[in-house]
Design a protein around this ligand. Structure first.
Ligand SMILES: Cc1cc2nc3c(=O)[nH]c(=O)nc-3n(C[C@H](O)[C@H](O)[C@H](O)COP(=O)(O)OP(=O)(O)OC[C@H]3O[C@@H](n4cnc5c(N)ncnc54)[C@H](O)[C@@H]3O)c2cc1C
Length: 451
C-alpha cells in the first residue's frame, strides 16, 4: 500500500464524536430523488475512489457547502459536477480518471449520519468546457451516476461544524443555476477591500494599507484571505504556455495582517475602523499584481476578501512572561500586530534577514524603539549589500540591536532556554525543521506560510 498525504487546504474543521448507527435504505436508484440531491448540495466534503487499472486511490474534495452541483435532470441518470480547485498538483484522481473513467463517491452528512454512496462514469472538463457548465471554473468533473444508494443513519460518528477553511472559493453555480445564485445572499455579502497606499520597505517588500467595504474585524495574529481572481482569472483557456500554472490557480492567497486590531484591552489601533495592513514580499502572480497597482497613484484598485482566520497569537501570560519569536524574512509579520500588547523586555526576538531586506527591520525599530533591546538579527547575504543597506545596518545597530553576520545556530537558542517559557516560529520549512529539532522538549507554536 502506498500513502501520500492529502492537502487540507479546502477542508473545513469539524469536531467528530461517535454515534450509534441505525442504517435504513432511503433510495436505491441512479436517478436521484430530491432528498439525495439535497444531500449533495449540502455537503462540504466528499470522498472519491478512482483506479488506474492497477492501483486504487481514495481522495477527498472539500469546498464551501454546496460546491458540488447536480445538473437538472429530465429522467435517466442524474449527473453532478464539481470544480477542481488548485491542489497538490499531483493530479492522482484526475490521472486515474483519464485511464479509467469510473469512480466511486461517498457524500457524508455529518449532522444526520446519512450517507449517499454513488458510482458513476467521469468526464474531465477542461477550460472552455468547464467554464460553459460551471462559470469561472477552468477544470471540473462531470459524473453520470450509474448506481446510488442513500442510507440513513449509517455513519458511526457525527461532526460539529468548526472553523471554515479560508481557502474555499464561494460556490460556483452551474450556468443553468446562475439566475438563482445571483439572488443568493452569500454572494451579495462578498467583501471587497480598496488599496489605499503602498509603502516600500525594501526592493521586494512593501506594506499595503487597505480599506474594507465594512468594518475590519480581526484579531492580532490573524491572516486575511485575498481573492484576486477578478483581476487574474481569465475564465477559460485551453493552454497557457506562458503561465501553465494559472490554468489551475484560484488566485486566492493568504497574508498575515500586520497592523494591530486595537481591540480592548489594548486600544492601540492607529488605522481607521475599516482599515488593515499587510506586509508582503513580491514572489508571484498575486503579490506582483498588488505591487503594480499600489504604485499607480490615483487609480482605484479593489480585491475580494474571503475573510480573516488563524490563531497564531504571540502572548505572554503571568506564568509565562518570557517568550521567544524566531522569524525569517517576512515571517516577522505575525509579531507585528502583537507588539503593542507585549512587554518587550520579556520578548526574545531572533530574526534571520538578508542584508537587502534591512529596510524592514529599520522600519520596525523606528516604529517600536523598545524592540531594539529584544532583537538579535542574523544577517545573511552581505556580499550583495548595497551602500544603502550598509548605512541602514549601521543605523539599526545604533538603535541597540545586536547583529550577527552569520546564520542562527543551536547555541543561540540553547542560551535562552532557561528563561524562555514558549517559542514561536515563523520561518521557511527548512529552517523550521532544524529549529524544531533544536527545541525538542520545549513548548513551541509555529505558523506555516507554505500552506
Ligand atoms: C497563514 C499565512 C500567512 C502568510 N503571511 C504572509 C505575509 O504576511 N507576507 C508575505 O509576504 N507572505 C505571506 N504568506 C505567504 C504568501 O501567502 C505566499 O507567498 C503566496 O503564495 C504569494 O502569492 P503569489 O501569487 O504572489 O505567489 P505564488 O504565485 O503563489 O508563488 C508563491 C511561490 O511559489 C513559487 N512558484 C510560483 N509558480 C510556481 C511553479 N509553477 N512551480 C513551483 N513554484 C512556483 C514562487 O516562486 C513563489 O516562491 C503567508 C502564507 C500563509 C499560509
Amino acid at each position: 500500500a502506498k500513502y501520500e498525504s492529502n492537502c487540507p487546504k479546502y477542508l473545513n474543521k469539524r469536531d467528530i464524536h461517535p454515534a450509534a448507527t441505525d442504517p435504513k435504505l432511503v433510495s436505491d436508484s441512479a436517478t436521484l430523488d430530491q432528498k439525495a440531491m439535497d444531500l449533495i448540495h449540502k455537503v462540504d466534503l466528499m470522498f472519491l475512489s478512482t483506479n488506474s487499472g492497477s492501483h486504487m486511490d481514495t481522495n477527498h474534495r472539500g469546498g464551501s457547502p454546496g460546491f458540488i452541483r447536480c445538473l437538472p435532470q429530465e429522467g435517466g441518470s442524474t449527473q453532478f459536477v464539481y470544480p477542481e480547485y488548485s491542489g497538490n498538483r499531483l493530479y492522482q484522481s484526475l490521472g486515474n480518471m483519464i485511464l479509467e473513467p469510473k469512480a466511486g463517491f461517498c457524500f457524508p452528512d455529518f449532522e444526520t449520519g446519512d450517507c449517499l454512496f454513488v458510482t458513476g462514469t467521469t468526464e474531465i472538463l477542461f477550460g472552455r468546457d468547464a467554464a460553459e457548465i460551471m462559470p469561472r471554473s477552468n477544470l471540473a468533473v462531470r459524473v453520470t451516476i450509474t448506481a446510488a444508494r442513500h442510507v440513513a443513519s449509517v455513519l458511526p460518528f457525527r461532526g460539529d461544524t468548526g472553523e471554515f477553511s479560508p481557502y474555499n472559493p464561494v460556490v460556483r453555480y452551474l450556468a443553468t443555476e446562475q439566475a438563482a445564485s445571483r439572488a443568493d445572499a452569500s454572494d451579495q455579502n462578498q467583501i471587497t477591500a480598496k488599496l489605499l497606499e503602498q509603502t516600500i520597505l525594501t526592493p521586494t517588500i512593501s506594506r499595503f494599507r487597505f480599506s474594507l467595504s465594512n468594518a475590519a474585524t480581526f484579531k492580532a495574529g490573524q491572516y486575511v484571505t485575498i481573492d484576486a481572481s477578478e483581476h487574474l482569472d481569465f475564465g477559460y483557456s485551453h493552454m497557457r504556455d506562458d503561465d501553465p500554472r494559472s490554468l489551475n490557480d484560484d488566485f486566492v492567497r493568504t497574508f498575515t495582517v500586520s497592523s494591530p486590531p486595537g481591540l480592548p484591552p489594548h486600544p492601540s489601533k492607529r488605522l481607521a475602523d475599516d482599515e488593515f495592513e499587510i506586509t508582503i514580499r513580491k514572489v508571484g502572480v498575486v503579490t506582483d499584481l498588488l505591487f503594480k497597482h499600489g504604485l499607480k497613484k490615483g487609480a482605484e484598485f479593489e480585491v475580494g476578501i474571503k475573510g480573516f482566520g488563524g490563531e497564531f497569537v504571540v502572548e505572554q501570560t503571568e506564568e509565562k512572561p518570557v517568550v521567544a519569536f524566531i522569524a525569517a524574512g517576512v515571517g516577522i509579520t505575525p509579531l507585528m500586530p502583537c507588539l503593542t500588547s507585549l512587554e518587550l523586555g520579556s520578548l526574545r526576538l531572533l530574526w534571520t534577514l538578508r542584508a537587502a531586506d534591512i529596510g524592514l527591520a529599520l522600519d520596525m525599530i523606528e516604529n517600536a524603539q523598545e524592540l531594539a533591546r529584544s532583537l538579535t538579527l542574523f544577517v545573511t547575504g552581505m556580499d550583495f549589500a548595497s551602500d544603502d543597506d550598509k548605512r541602514s545596518l549601521k543605523n539599526v545597530e545604533e538603535h541597540g540591536v545586536r547583529i550577527e553576520y552569520r546564520r542562527m545556530e543551536k547555541g543561540d537558542l540553547e542560551r535562552l532556554m532557561p528563561e524562555v517559557r514558549r517559542w514561536y516560529i515563523c520561518t521557511g520549512t527548512g529552517q523550521r525543521s532544524a529549529v524544531l529539532q533544536w527545541l525538542s522538549g520545549q513548548e513551541v507554536l509555529y505558523e506555516d506560510y507554505n500552506f
